[in-house]
Design a protein around this ligand. Structure first.
Ligand code: 7XF
Length: 406
C-alpha cells in the first residue's frame, strides 16, 4: 500500500505526488507545468474537429471536457490512488453529483451507510430521490446488513470512511467484495483519509471521490473535487455527468493550486496525524469530555480495522462535552487560536458544530437516526505547533468552568 511502482519503478508516494505525469524537458525546462488558460482548442481542419467530437482522435477540444493542466492533475491523483484514471470537478459535490447522475436512473437503488456529510445526504434525499432513485441506508459496519441490503435494483453502494462527522469506519475490503459479487458499483468518499492513508481502489473499490477542497489542496484557498477509478467508468462520468449533466468542471488555476498542495501531502498528513493523536489523547483525559472518537485511540471501537486499512489516522477528531450542545458551543466560542469554521484539512485548526452547521440538512430526528449527536463537536487539527493548539483548548476549558452546570 505504501508505494506505487506502476510507472516509476521503486519510487514512493511523495515522489509521485511531486513528479508524476510531467517532464520539465517537454516544457522548456519549466520546473512546474505551464497553466493552460484556454477554454477551447483549435482544429487543423473541419475533419480534425469532427473526429475529436466523435471520440476518434485523442486530445483536448473544450475545457469543460478536458484540459492539459487538469490532465496532469488527473494522472497524478490516479497514480496516488493506484487507479487507471481520474476526473477533476469544480467541487466535491460536483464530483459526487456527476458520478451518481451518470450511474443511476429512475427505479434504481443506492445502498448507503448510515452517516454521510450533510450535503451528500441532501443530494441523495432531496436530489436523487426527486428523480425516482431510492436511497437505502444500512449500517455498513455490519457486514450481514450490507449483504441483506442488496436487491435487483441496487446499482451503487456509497460510503465515507472515516465518516463525516462521527469518525465511524467501514471495512472497505469486506463491503466492496460484497458489492462486486452483487454486480454493484462501489463508491468510496476518501476525503478524510486521502490516498496517503487509505487507497480504496487497492481494497476493491470501483470509484473514489475526493473533496480536494480539503487535504489535497491543503491550504483553504480553493474548492474542488476529483473522481478516481477505471478508464471506462471515468470516461462515462466525464462524458455524461460532467459534460452534459453538471458542467461542473475545474479551473486550470485550481488544478495548479492542488498540484502545489499535493507536493506536501505526505508531510502534511504525517503532521496532521501526529498532532491529532496528541490532541485526541489530551481531550480524552479531560473531565469535561464525555467521549472522543479518533481512529488512533485504543478507545475507538474499530481500532483493529483502523490499523488494517489506515496508514496514519488523519487529522480529524469528533468529541462531545458532558455539558451537551450549550457547553460545546460555549467552548467553541472561548477559543482564540482555533478558528470557528466549517471545512477541514487546512493548515489552521478548525472547529465546528455539525448539528447546526455541516449536517444541518438532516432534521434532528434524522441526525439521531444516523448516529450524529446534537452535541458532537468536530475538530480539524491543523499544522500549528501542537503545544499552542493544546494551550488554546486548555484556556477554553478554563473559560467555560464558571458556566458549567455542576
Ligand atoms: O463540495 P465540497 O468540495 O465542499 O465537498 C463536499 C464534501 C464531500 N465529501 C466530504 C466527506 C466532505 O466533507 C465534503 C465537504 N465537507 C465540508 C465540511 O464537512 O466541513 C463542507 C463544509 S459545509
Amino acid at each position: 500500500m505504501e508505494k506505487n511502482n506502476r510507472t516509476y519503478d521503486g519510487l514512493g508516494f511523495a515522489t509521485q505526488a511531486i513528479h508524476y505525469a510531467y517532464a520539465a524537458k517537454d516544457e522548456q525546462g519549466a520546473l512546474n507545468p505551464p497553466m493552460h488558460l484556454s477554454s477551447t482548442f483549435t482544429f487543423e481542419n473541419a475533419q480534425h474537429g469532427s473526429e475529436m467530437f466523435a471520440g476518434e482522435r485523442p486530445g483536448h477540444f473544450y475545457s469543460r471536457i478536458s484540459n492539459p493542466t487538469l490532465d496532469i492533475l488527473e494522472k497524478r491523483i490516479a497514480c496516488l490512488e493506484q487507479a487507471e484514471a481520474a476526473l477533476s470537478t469544480a467541487s466535491g459535490m460536483g464530483a459526487i453529483s456527476a458520478t451518481l447522475w451518470t450511474l443511476l436512473q429512475a427505479g434504481d437503488e443506492v445502498l448507503v451507510d448510515e452517516t454521510l456529510y450533510g450535503c451528500t445526504y441532501a443530494f441523495m434525499h432531496h436530489g436523487l430521490a426527486k428523480f425516482g432513485v431510492t436511497i437505502k441506508h444500512v449500517d455498513m459496519t455490519d457486514i450481514e446488513a450490507v449483504k441483506k441490503g442488496f436487491n435487483a435494483r441496487t446499482k451503487v453502494m456509497y460510503f465515507e470512511t472515516p465518516a463525516n462527522p462521527n469518525m465511524r469506519l467501514i471495512d472497505i475490503e469486506a463491503v466492496c467484495a460484497l458489492a462486486k459479487a452483487a454486480k454493484v458499483i462501489s463508491v468510496v468518499d476518501n476525503t478524510y483519509a486521502t490516498p496517503l492513508i487509505t487507497q480504496p481502489i487497492c481494497l476493491g473499490a470501483d470509484l473514489v471521490i475526493h473533496s480536494a477542497t480539503k487535504y489535497l489542496g491543503g491550504h483553504g484557498d480553493l474548492v474542488a473535487g476529483l473522481v478516481v477509478g477505471g478508464h471506462e467508468l471515468i470516461q462515462r462520468i466525464r462524458l455524461e455527468g460532467l459534460k452534459d449533466m453538471t458542467g461542473a468542471c475545474m479551473s486550470p488555476f485550481t488544478a495548479m493550486l492542488i498540484m502545489r498542495g499535493l507536493k506536501t501531502l505526505e508531510i502534511r498528513m504525517q503532521r496532521h496525524s501526529q498532532s491529532a493523536y496528541t490532541i485526541a489523547r489530551f481531550l480524552e483525559q479531560r473531565s469535561e469530555v464525555k467521549w472522543v472518537s479518533y481512529p488512533g485511540l485504543e478507545s475507538h471501537p474499530q481500532q483493529r480495522l483502523a490499523n488494517k486499512q489506515m496508514r496514519y489516522f488523519g487529522g480529524m477528531i469528533a468529541f462531545e462535552l458532558h455539558g451537551g450542545s450549550a457547553e460545546g458551543i460555549a467552548f467553541m466560542d472561548a477559543l482564540n487560536l482555533v478558528q470557528r469554521a466549517v471545512s477541514l484539512g487546512d493548515a489552521e485548526t478548525l472547529i465546528q458544530h455539525p448539528a447546526s452547521m455541516t449536517h444541518s440538512a438532516y432534521t434532528e430526528e434524522e441526525r439521531a437516526h444516523h448516529g450524529i449527536s446534537e452535541s458532537l463537536l468536530r475538530l480539524s487539527v491543523g499544522l500549528e505547533c501542537e503545544a499552542d493548539i493544546t494551550e488554546d483548548l486548555l484556556q477554553a476549558f478554563d473559560a467555560i468552568k464558571g458556566s458549567r452546570v455542576a
